[in-house]
Design a protein around this ligand. Structure first.
Ligand SMILES: Nc1ncnc2c1ncn2[C@@H]1O[C@H](COP(=O)(O)OP(=O)(O)OP(=O)(O)O)[C@@H](O)[C@H]1O
Ligand code: SF4
Ligand SMILES: [Mg+2]
Length: 362
């Protein structure tokens, strides 16, 4: 994992994974500001919404990075930037070593196959007037992947892969349940055999009982197809068993990033600790006393005018004078392992917030 102030080369050294590894996706100092021309009921005129404000991370082939944070912190914008549905204001996005941050549509076309998005809302992301066959075979056609006479068989194969009945190929989205529709969205993304999937809260619109099934499906596909994921989620509970690494975002910046064990068992940033404490399924191990609770006071400040110094300071119980004067750099701190970076002047390990990874059921 490279960060703005640690490493930015194509090869990322990670000793615990056995030396240098290749980065499939490498993002450096990514910025997306939205100018507000006139007052829109939310933001004042002639200012900029700093949706993503200098974010750096990378993802190795087959690796899953969780992007977690409260509503409005810039997760969706980051996902849309890296898949180049949006163009960044500044910063670099490299996919497989190729700079794509400001690439034109023509140059991006071949890469569109390698990077796919799975959307939050399975109800809105499928065209209700198209059959499942059309929905899934369209990308096969666009990318000229399968001859016309073999497309139907390929669509049926994909339906089977995501746990749907291949005989339902001529049905319409409204003939499926929410979980099944999300499976159709997943099959559509897999049709082009991508190497990276950006999944933007793919289970948050589903019933809790269905969420685990879809997560298990994604986990199975990830393993079998060696897919890399950027997995966006509101809370740390959802990504716990799915992600190799987790980046915690707040107001357009990464506050802490590290391996799963670093984030869940030795979090050092107060914001990560608050998020962990707020995730109910991480706090209550069956039959045990609930762990310590940290309650965050106040609202997230406006992304138009973020607080000086540390953006989290207006809600941080540990804030001191320096926190308003100097922005803490995202870097490895004393006691943190390689690849575990924290943007805080006063990091401190808190290892009693959640049950250990082995304690909690999937
Ligand atoms: N097109 C736009 N124009 C202006 N501001 C925008 C635009 N899109 C997003 N924003 C603002 O950018 C910030 C980040 O939005 P984004 O959708 O990336 O957040 P998010 O973390 O995905 O939130 P959620 O968890 O609610 O989905 C928010 O303050 C949002 O209001
Ligand atoms: S830098 Fe200061 S305000 Fe920011 S998280 Fe650390 S202690 Fe809190
Ligand atoms: Mg979002």
């Amino acid at each position: 994992m490279s960060t703005a102030d640690t490493e930015t080369s194509d090869t990322v050294v990670h000793p615990r994974r056995g030396g240098p590894r290749e980065a499939l996706l490498e993002v450096t100092d990514l910025v997306k500001h939205y100018p507000v021309k006139e007052y829109n009921g939310l933001f004042p005129a002639n200012k900029s919404v700093r949706a993503v404000d200098g974010v750096s991370f990378d993802v190795a082939p087959g690796e899953t990075l969780g992007l977690v944070g409260e509503s409005g912190c810039g997760k969706t914008t980051t996902g849309r930037l890296v898949t180049r549905l949006l163009e960044p204001t500044s910063g670099s996005i490299k996919f497989d070593g190729q700079e794509i941050g400001h690439a034109k549509e023509r140059a991006l076309r071949p890469l569109r196959r390698d990077m796919q998005l799975i959307f939050q809302d399975p109800y809105q992301s499928l065209n209700p007037r198209q059959t499942v066959n059309t929905i899934i075979s369209t990308p096969l056609e666009i990318h000229n992947l399968v001859p016309k006479d073999k497309r139907k068989a390929r669509v049926q194969e994909l339906l089977e892969l995501v746990g749907l009945n291949p005989e339902h190929i001529n049905r319409y989205p409204n003939e499926f349940s929410g979980g099944q529709r999300q499976r159709i969205g997943i099959a559509r993304a897999l049709a082009v055999e991508p190497r990276l999937i950006v999944a933007d809260e793919p289970v948050s619109a589903l019933d809790v009982s269905i969420q685990a099934q879809v997560m298990n499906l994604l986990e199975k596909l990830r393993r079998e197809l060696n897919l890399a994921f950027v997995f966006v989620a509101h809370d740390l509970g959802v990504v716990r068993h799915f992600c190799d690494r987790v980046a915690v975002m707040y107001l357009g910046k990464i506050m802490e990033v590290g391996d799963r064990e670093d984030i869940y068992e030795a979090p050092q940033h107060p914001y990560t600790q608050a998020l962990l404490s707020a995730a109910p399924d991480l706090n209550v191990v069956r039959g045990a006393e609930p762990k310590e609770r940290i309650r965050l006071e106040g609202d997230v400040p406006s992304p138009i005018n973020p607080p000086s110094g540390c953006r989290f300071r207006t809600r941080c119980w540990k804030a001191q004078e320096i926190c308003s004067q100097e922005e803490p750099v995202l870097q490895i701190k004393t006691g943190a392992r390689e690849g575990h970076s924290i943007a805080c002047h006063f990091p401190e390990i808190k290892d009693d917030l959640t049950a250990t990874l082995e304690d909690t059921p999937v």
